[in-house]
Design a protein around this ligand. Structure first.
Ligand SMILES: CC(C)(COP(=O)(O)OP(=O)(O)OC[C@H]1O[C@@H](n2cnc3c(N)ncnc32)[C@H](O)[C@@H]1OP(=O)(O)O)[C@@H](O)C(=O)NCCC(=O)NCCS
Length: 179
């Protein structure tokens, strides 16, 4: 398990490490809290829908597969963010996959999303198995789109009516970066 410390501009130290199966319960609790903080995720409160056993299996998969990554982030031992990269299963899809990124609202705009994204890009450059990073983001999520563009992701297309939230539709951009 790799652990890295990053000193933020406010002097706090962000600890980023690989998730382990024992993080499964904390991850579910964290995502449940995050689902109530914004409407930018693909699930709302009570809708995450994966059991602890499922989450443990997913983390184990990330520990062993060369095209999967699951990083968790802490400040003062509090779980404040995570990023995943899920590569495809079939030979023709293994080289590409999708990023999922979440930072707790109390810690937005401190550069944490940027650090977590950089970690995924560095991992992809170092491994050789992954040559394309994709992500989906709401077209009206200006801060996230700006963050991804600042890292070199480009908008590759738009999915209309990607999300339906309380009766309203929202479009997604597919964004991507070649490694
Ligand atoms: C999107 C998210 C991951 C960003 O995390 P973060 O830790 O706040 O990101 P950072 O602090 O590294 O960077 C935010 C950047 O957006 C910029 N920004 C903020 N508001 C902005 C706006 N309205 N327009 C353009 N840029 C904006 C900031 O200036 C910062 O850029 P900088 O690094 O050049 O200063 C975080 O807001 C989040 O988890 N949101 C909820 C879940 C989510 O939306 N996940 C992504 C789904 S695709």
């Amino acid at each position: 398990m790799q652990t890295r410390g990053h000193t933020l501009s406010n002097g706090k130290v962000l600890i980023v490490r690989d998730a382990t199966p024992d993080d499964a319960s904390s991850i579910i609790t964290f995502l449940e809290a995050m689902s109530a903080e914004s409407d930018n995720l693909t699930f709302g409160p009570g809708e995450f829908g994966y059991s602890e056993a499922h989450e443990r299996a997913f983390i184990r998969d990330c520990e062993t597969a060369d095209n999967r990554l699951f990083l968790v982030a802490f400040i003062d031992d509090a779980f404040i963010g995570m990023v995943t990269f899920t590569g495809g299963d079939r030979p023709r899809l293994r080289h590409s996959g999708e990023i999922g990124l979440v930072v707790s609202k109390a810690h937005w705009d401190k550069g944490i999303g940027s650090i977590l994204l950089d970690s995924v890009v560095q991992w992809a450059h170092g491994g050789g198995a992954v040559t394309k990073l994709n992500l989906r983001v709401r077209t009206d999520h200006a801060r996230a789109v700006a963050l991804y563009e600042s890292k070199g992701f480009r908008i590759e297309g738009t999915i209309t009516r990607a999300l339906r939230i309380r009766g309203g539709y929202f479009d997604h951009y597919w964004m991507g970066m070649e490694i």
